[in-house]
Design a protein around this ligand. Structure first.
Ligand SMILES: Nc1nc2c(ncn2[C@@H]2O[C@H](COP(=O)(O)OP(=O)(O)O)[C@@H](O)[C@H]2O)c(=O)[nH]1
Ligand SMILES: [Mg+2]
Length: 413
C-alpha cells in the first residue's frame, strides 16, 4: 500500500452535511472501519485525507470533508475550505439523506460545476425510505446522476462503485502489472502461443507483447513457443519455469503437456487481473457451472474486428456453452461500444479480454453487471471452465480460485 505514491492515487472527495453518512459510506465502500462514525454532529472537524484500499483499485485517497458544513449553509469561510478540498480531488461524491437537495447541496453543486470536478450524488439512508421525488426531479433536471444507497445495510454499493469508476478521470485508475509481479529476477516465464489461421499475420497480439515486455521489466527471462514445441522446450530447461502462460484456446493441450508441479495460467486470466476486478470475474466463471438450458447469455466483445468463419465470440463460445449446459441457450452477441444499460435479462455475461478497452471501461461494465446481480466473466476463463481446467489455470491465484469455487458451489460472493 505504501508503494503507490500518493499523487498517483485516485482522490475521491466525499462532501455533504454532517450526519448524512459520509464516514459510513467510506467505510462501507472499503470494508474498513477506519473513520469514526458517530451521530454526534462534528466528530471530525477538518478535511482529512485517508488512504484506504478500495477493491479492485487498490490504494485510493478519500478526502473526507467533515466540518465544512456547520449550520447547513455554505458561508464564505466554508466555501474557501470546500474549494481547497476540491483542488485535491479527482472525483466527488455529494452525499445527502432524506433532507434531499437544499441550499447547502445546491451551493456545493455550483462549486463542483464551476471547477469542472466530476461528481454525482449519493442519496444515502435509503433504508429509511425512498428518496423524495422532489430531490430526484431537481437532479434529473440538471442532468446530475444520483444513486440511492444505504451505507448501513450495504445496499447498492456496486451501483455506487459503477458511478465512481465512470466519473473518475481515465488516467487515475492505475493499471496493476500484467505478469511482472509474479516473477523474480532470473525466473523463466514460458509463453505458449498458437499460430493458427486466427493469428494476425506477421505479429503477436497485444497481451503477448505486453507480457514479454513486463517479463523483461522484472529482469526475468521470457521464452515463447507454439503448443507443439512445449514438451521439447520444457525438456530442454534445466530448472522448470516459474510459470507457463498459454493462450486459452490451447489450454487443454498445454495443461496435459505441463507437469502438474509447474504453475500454469492463461493470458485471459492475466488480463482479468490487469484490466478488471479479478475476484468478480473469477466468481462470474463459477456461474457458468450453474447455467441451465433456456438461460440468456450476453457475449460482449469490445473491438469490432471482422468476424471470421469460426469466430470465438460469435461461434465457438456459444457452441461450447450450449454443449456444456446440454441444451439451448439464448445468446446475444454485442460488439464494439455497445453494452446495454439493462442487463437484468441475462444469467451471465461473457466479456472478451478487453485488450482494446481501458481498465475504467472494463470496471464500469463489471460494476453495472454487479449492481444488477448479473455474473460476468471473460472469454478465456469461460473456455477453461467448459474444458474443465480452470481449477488448474486459476491455482496460481488462491484468492481468485477460492472465489471461483465458492461461486461454482452456489455460495455467492
Ligand atoms: N439508517 C441509516 N443510518 C445511517 C446510514 N448511514 C449512516 N447512518 C447513521 O448516520 C449517522 C451519521 O453517520 P456518519 O457516517 O458519522 O455521518 P457523517 O457525519 O456524514 O460522516 C450515524 O449514526 C450512522 O450510523 C444509512 O444508510 N442508514
Ligand atoms: Mg464523518
Amino acid at each position: 500500500m505504501l508503494d503507490t505514491p500518493k499523487g498517483l492515487r485516485l482522490h475521491i472527495g466525499i462532501f455533504g452535511r454532517r450526519n448524512v453518512g459520509k464516514s459510513s459510506l467510506m467505510n462501507a465502500l472499503t470494508g474498513q472501519a477506519v473513520s469514526i462514525v458517530s451521530d454526534v454532529p462534528g466528530t471530525t472537524t477538518d478535511p482529512v485525507e485517508k488512504t484506504l484500499e478500495l477493491a479492485p483499485l487498490g490504494p485510493i485517497v478519500f478526502v473526507d470533508t467533515a466540518g465544512i458544513d456547520d449550520e447547513g449553509v455554505l458561508g464564505e469561510q466554508r466555501t474557501q475550505r470546500t474549494l481547497e478540498a476540491l483542488a485535491r480531488v479527482d472525483v466527488a461524491i455529494v452525499v445527502t439523506d432524506s433532507a434531499g437537495i437544499g441550499n447547502f447541496e445546491t451551493a456545493l453543486i455550483a462549486l463542483l460545476k464551476e471547477k469542472s470536478t466530476p461528481f454525482f450524488v449519493a442519496l444515502n439512508k435509503s433504508d429509511l425510505g425512498v428518496p423524495s421525488a422532489e430531490a430526484l426531479q431537481t437532479l434529473t433536471q440538471q442532468g446530475i446522476e444520483s444513486v440511492a444507497v444505504s451505507a448501513l445495510q450495504g445496499t447498492a454499493l456496486d451501483r455506487l462503485k459503477e458511478a465512481l469508476f465512470r466519473h473518475a478521470p481515465e488516467g487515475q485508475l492505475e493499471e496493476p502489472r500484467l505478469i511482472g509481479d509474479l516473477l523474480s529476477p532470473g525466473d523463466v516465464a514460458l509463453l505458449v502461443v498458437p499460430i493458427d489461421l486466427g493469428a494476425p499475420k506477421g505479429r503477436l497480439i497485444l497481451p503477448q507483447v505486453q507480457a514479454l515486455r513486463d517479463i523483461l521489466d522484472s529482469d526475468a527471462t521470457g521464452m515463447i513457443v507454439k503448443e507443439r514445441e512445449l514438451r521439447d522446450a520444457l525438456a530442454r530447461l534445466t530448472t522448470p519455469p516459474r510459470l507457463v502462460i498459454c493462450d486459452s484456446q490451447v489450454v487443454l493441450k498445454v495443461t496435459g503437456d505441463t507437469p502438474p508441479e509447474i504453475p500454469l495460467t492463461t493470458f485471459s486470466i492475466l488480463m482479468a487481473r490487469f484490466k478488471g476486478d479479478f475476484m468478480r470475474l473469477a466468481e462470474g466463471a463459477g456461474a457458468i457451472t450453474r447455467l441451465k438450458p433456456g438461460d440468456r447469455v450476453l457475449v460482449a466483445e469490445s473491438c469490432s474486428h471482422h468476424p471470421q468463419a469460426d469466430d470465438i465470440g460469435r461461434v465457438k463460445i456459444p457452441r461450447w456453452l450450449r454443449q456444456y449446459v446440454g441444451g439451448n441457450l439464448e445468446i446475444d452477441v454485442m460488439a464494439g461500444r455497445d453494452f446495454p444499460d439493462d442487463l437484468s435479462p441475462y444469467a451471465l455475461i461473457v466479456q472478451c479480454g478487453g485488450c482494446t478497452i481501458t481498465r475504467k471501461q472494463m470496471l464500469v461494465r463489471q460494476y453495472r453487471a454487479a449492481g444488477q446481480g448479473v455474473p460476468m466473466t471473460n472469454y478465456g476463463m469461460t473456455i477453461s471452465v467448459v474444458q474443465g481446467v480452470l481449477d488448474r489455470s486459476l491455482a496460481p491465484f488462491p484468492a481468485a480460485h477460492a472465489a471461483f469455487r465458492r461461486s461454482a458451489a452456489g455460495l455467492g460472493g
